[in-house]
Design a protein around this ligand. Structure first.
Ligand code: FAD
Length: 238
């Protein structure tokens, strides 16, 4: 029974290439026949089986970690994985090699763009990994604002030409509860009408930026789309 369930849940893939995008960011390319014809919209993520584990759910699917699909075509999928330090996901970012085999779940998720007068993105290293495909999917004339905070200039990702996109640097400070990212968003000169905001990355920082947009700029809550990726003390958020 386990193998039938696994066949429906999990796809087999092989690491095709690993390339550095910065000191702690890796572009990992997965390929394989199971990856053909997947239903993918930019912003959707996959869950990877990175290690076996003892818990009841792990018996079925192992230790899962979640990554946004950076690009997808035919039977090849790229992920941008951040090596933050300790955890099965971070370890995979450091150790994945071409030829490694792994299982993953089909693309899923609702953190995707929708038509709006303008689009606002804010977040840290892992949020950039989600915003790349979302920004590339917007029509060429879309009005775009972005404020990003990464540790150093080497950890900026190439997200989209044009738009009002700026990065600032934490230089060793934690990305959790980042008041400086809120300050950067507060400093934006936005049109008077609300746009659509996308907030991913560390959960407490997302709450702070969301509060700024809703309470200080009086945006309707439904215009602020959030997706917490991680927070200190929690493991494997999805
Ligand atoms: C929908 C979704 C999409 C995501 N997309 C991406 C993506 O495209 N690229 C990507 O790199 N990550 C992405 N993430 C985040 C990624 O899943 C987490 O960072 C993941 O938990 C890392 O797994 P781990 O095993 O290394 O650490 P875990 O075992 O999950 O966490 C252990 C501890 O490490 C710390 N930690 C975890 N992540 C970070 C971090 N990013 N920075 C600093 N400290 C951290 C926390 O203190 C946490 O308690 C996504 C998450 C979600 C929910």
């Amino acid at each position: 029974m386990k193998s039938r369930l696994l066949d429906r849940l999990l796809l087999a893939a092989r690491v095709d290439a690993v390339a550095p995008l910065g000191p702690r960011l890796r572009l990992i390319t997965l390929t394989g026949p199971d990856l053909a014809g997947l239903d993918w919209v930019p912003g959707r993520h996959v869950r990877l089986q990175l290690a076996p584990g003892p818990a009841a759910v792990d018996w079925l699917v192992g230790t899962l970690r979640t990554y946004t699909v950076w690009s997808y075509a035919d039977r090849t999928m790229e992920l941008v994985v951040f090596d933050h330090g300790n955890g099965p996901g971070a370890e995979w970012a450091r150790t994945a090699r071409p030829g490694d085999e792994l299982m993953l779940m089909r693309p899923q998720g609702t953190f995707v763009t929708a038509p709006a007068p303008y689009h606002l993105f804010a977040g840290e290293e892992t949020a950039q990994a989600a915003y790349g495909p979302m920004l590339r999917a917007l029509p060429p004339g879309a009005r775009v604002f972005g404020r990003f905070e990464v540790d150093s200039p080497d950890e900026r990702l190439d997200l989209r030409p044009g738009g009002d996109l700026e990065w600032s640097y934490r230089r060793g400070r934690s990305a959790a509860s980042s008041e400086t990212l809120v300050e950067a968003v507060r400093g934006l000169e936005l049109p008077a009408e609300p746009g659509r905001a996308y907030l991913a990355g560390e959960a407490r920082t997302i709450q702070l930026v969301r509060r700024h947009l809703v309470e200080e700029r009086h945006w309707p809550r439904r215009n602020v789309i959030t997706k917490p990726f991680w927070t200190p003390g929690r493991k494997g958020m999805d």
